[in-house]
Design a protein around this ligand. Structure first.
Ligand code: HQG
Length: 177
């Protein structure tokens, strides 16, 4: 039996980066058909049904996934590397947002700013705790403070995902404290 965490990680992989791994189709807004997802996961040795999927979605620590109102479709709330449109509306950010990264990246970030790398956006958070968890995935953690409000005043656009992750395009180095 796979744990919910293992299922969540696999869902992140296929709903954000590689749906083709199980031959899944995502529409232009990143939605997958739930029945198709369940069927294709089972064909790929992930024993899962609607109840298990519901539980994974509801109990997920970061609320990474969401069903549409009919529960026929599911998508990841953020974190995509594939080119989909989440239809996010621009939002005014707080004064400061945090970006957790690793010491090994700091030199390069000081030179060229925070780049979105393979993802669609740079990910920022309102609290240091979340940023710390994100940074720890890459090594010894460093928390960077981003002057979000100032960026916004200068015309940079911010979005807030359904699960409260702040998203923006690349952060230029002058906005990093
Ligand atoms: C770093 C997770 C060198 C950047 C998290 C990061 C998040 C640079 C890494 C979400 C750089 C990219 C995203 C530069 C940025 N030079 N390194 N100029 N600019 N970097 O995984 O932000 O838990 O693509 O600091 O919670 O770590 O999976 O981005 O360390 O919300 O749901 O390049 O993924 O969500 O790494 O994480 P990532 P991230 P989940």
């Amino acid at each position: 039996m796979k744990t919910n965490k293992e299922i969540s990680k696999f869902l992140s992989l296929i709903l954000r980066h590689h749906p083709e791994k199980i031959g899944l189709n995502l529409d232009k807004n990143g939605w997958a058909n739930v029945e198709e997802l369940i069927q294709k996961m089972n064909q790929n040795h992930w024993q899962i049904d609607r109840n298990i999927l519901n539980e994974v979605v509801i109990t997920n620590d970061k609320q990474r996934f969401i069903f549409d109102e009919t529960k026929e479709k599911i998508r990841a709330n953020q974190g995509h590397s594939i080119d989909i449109d989440l239809n996010l509306q621009p939002v005014e950010p707080p004064e400061i947002l945090y970006h957790g990264t690793a010491t090994k990246f700091v030199g390069s970030i000081r030179n060229e700013g925070i780049k979105k790398q393979s993802r669609q956006h740079v990910h920022l958070s309102e609290n240091i705790e979340t940023a710390t968890k994100v940074g720890q995935r890459h090594g010894k953690v460093v928390i960077l403070k981003v002057k979000a409000k100032e960026m916004h005043k200068k015309g940079f656009v911010f979005y807030l995902s359904e699960n409260n992750v702040w998203l923006t395009d690349n952060v230029e180095k002058e906005f990093i404290l």
